[in-house]
Design a protein around this ligand. Sequence first.
Ligand code: ZN
Length: 204
Amino acid sequence: MKIICVGRNYTDHISELKNERPEEPVLFQKPDTSILLKKQPFFIPDFSNDIHYEVEVLVKIRKIGKHIQEKFAHKYYDEVGLGIDFTARDLQNKLKEKGLPWEKSKAFDGAAVISDKWLSKKDLPAMDDLKFRLEKNDEIVQSSTTAHMLWKIDELIAYISSYFTLKIGDIIFTGTPAGVGKVGTNDQLAGYLEEQQMFSIKVK
Ligand code: ZN
């Protein structure tokens, strides 16, 4: 399986990082080795002093497809989840300055938190208004809805599949809203989608 991530998909997050609003979605991938194993804490890697959380709605692909038209994109997924795109922001800034790929700052071991739980589309309201939030030590640090996405889920599936064939089990990280921030040792991070707790992880 592969993990495809979308960057700069919420206007408020684009401005907090002083990035330009993109003309097309920004895409990158994480390898399967970046998935944080179930029930394991997240260990801050020694190559960074500024690891940020980014809470994101996840989409699990259920059927193989390429060049998927937006109007058929809804047939390619049944379930949504929640995750964290951990980012070594200090390293990412250095790479960005040099115009180099972001991989080292985004694809390291443990950098992809994927909820154990997945919610079925049929039990949820419209995909374009899913409410989600991240709590750090019981305080809300990020809170948004998919209504604020620049590119909606179906548009993303169409766009992504024009570059990469989507396969069963692939997961799309759909981008983060404002409020990203640094994690420290002993932080507890809990993610909620439509009021259901999707994950809870400890930082070490
Ligand atoms: Zn992200």
